[in-house]
Design a protein around this ligand. Structure first.
Ligand code: PMP
Length: 393
């Protein structure tokens, strides 16, 4: 067979892509072993039946042909109104491209602002696909490290030191995997650096409805930032619509116009009945969003209660999103060793911190995606297991 492109064979960088624990858990499940699954960010509820009804009615009503590539006008208007209400930044239909999920938005945003070989920054720990997204767009990923002891918030001096020659910075607040919600001063520091260096800011805000302390602040709302910020949004987390593949990019009109060309040549838009369902979901308002987010807030309280006073495991304070990060360094193990050992000993699957970058080494990420009492029991087992290891260490 002829050679594959360098771009495609190097998407995952070198070494493991960090999903080994996940795949072992899946293999155990396939072999009939019950596993307590706390790995990926998938709600334990399904898409609300009212949204599915809207989807069905749209499809039966004939909205199954090619949909207009930038997205149906009513949905673009609704997204624009939502973003404007939340951020105070004037936003119109022309600032919005509807995408097949946030993931496609992340790719498109990097395609828009990075040329071949350009350096694109992202904050470590990061959502596992970030370096691959950058490579998919032909650019070169560069991680900006953070520290567990500083709540995994990016520090201005570290960001400045990493910025030489970079064209873009990707941030994510509320953050997966850390649960950090960036405070205003962190975002202002980021805005200063990207402005001084004339860089683009790509702001992944797919968890914007899952904020447990304070409020979500979009960097696009900071002075002068709307012209250099691309916001990635999604219905996956806010409306439990992960499988429907629907999200958006909000940015300057010139960028969106170019991205419509990209979409025409790649995705060719999003199915009309999915867009109608999304429109229904957004119009259903904050109550439905709060209902979808509520279990994660409840389970955060459970995690805080279970983890209080633990010596071998420390919980990183989580102000948002659907995960908790646990520092397991006192066990003497890496995050990956701990995750494999926990899976083997207790059939509980969590993600090693190392899957999300070197800054999360010695941590594990626990998805709060299990019914409350089982979630609590799994955390108690994890803590007891860690305590035993720490004593032996
Ligand atoms: N960004 C972050 C931080 C995520 O955690 C995810 C999904 N886990 C995505 C983007 C992509 O989500 P989707 O494509 O389903 O919108």
């Amino acid at each position: 067979m002829p050679a594959l492109s360098h771009r495609i064979t190097t998407l995952n960088g070198d070494g493991s892509d960090g999903w080994d624990v996940f795949y072992r858990a899946r293999a155990m499940i396939d072999a009939g072993t019950p596993v307590t699954e706390l790995t990926i960010g998938e709600h334990d509820i399904r898409t609300d039946p009212s949204i599915l009804k809207a989807m069905y009615e749209s499809a039966v009503g004939g909205h199954t042909g090619y949909a207009i590539v930038p997205g149906i006008s009513a949905l673009r208007d609704e997204v624009a109104a939502r973003v404007e209400a939340q951020s105070g930044v004037p936003t119109r239909r022309e600032n919005v491209l509807i995408t097949p999920g946030g993931q496609a938005g992340l790719f498109a945003a990097h395609m828009a602002v990075c040329g071949p070989g350009d350096v694109a920054l992202y904050i470590d720990p990061y959502y596992a696909t970030y370096p691959g997204v950058v490579r998919s767009a032909g650019a070169v990923p560069r991680a900006v490290p953070t520290r567990s002891s500083q709540g995994f918030l990016p520090q201005r001096d570290v960001l400045e030191a990493a910025s030489d020659g970079a064209v873009s910075l990707l941030i994510n607040t509320p953050n997966n995997p850390t649960g950090a919600v960036y405070p205003r001063d962190t975002l202002e520091g980021i805005a200063d650096v990207v402005t001084e260096r004339d860089m683009w800011l790509i702001s992944d805000e797919v968890y914007d409805t899952q904020v447990w302390e304070g409020a979500h602040l979009s960097p696009r709302a900071l002075p002068g930032m709307a012209e250099r910020t691309l916001v990635i949004g999604s219905m996956s987390k806010s409306h439990a619509m992960t499988g429907s593949r629907i999200g958006w990019i909000v940015g300057p009109e010139e960028v969106i116009t170019c991205l419509v060309d990209l979409a025409t040549n790649t995705t060719y838009g999003v199915p009309g009945y999915i867009q109608d369902a999304a429109l229904f979901g957004l119009r259903a308002g904050a109550e439905l969003e709060a209902q979808v987010a509520a279990p994660f807030l409840r389970r955060r309280a459970i995690a805080e209660r279970v983890l209080a006073g633990q010596q071998a495991v420390r919980m990183i304070p989580a102000q948002g999103a659907m995960y908790v990060m646990l520092d397991v360094r006192a066990t003497g193990m890496s995050g990956e060793e701990f995750a494999f050992a926990l899976l083997d000993a207790h059939h509980i699957a969590v993600m090693p911190g190392e899957s999300f970058g070197q800054s999360a080494a010695g941590h594990v990420r626990v998805a709060k995606t299990l019914e409350d009492s089982r979630f609590e029991a799994a955390l108690r087992t994890l803590c007891a297991f860690a305590a035993g290891l720490a004593q032996a260490a």
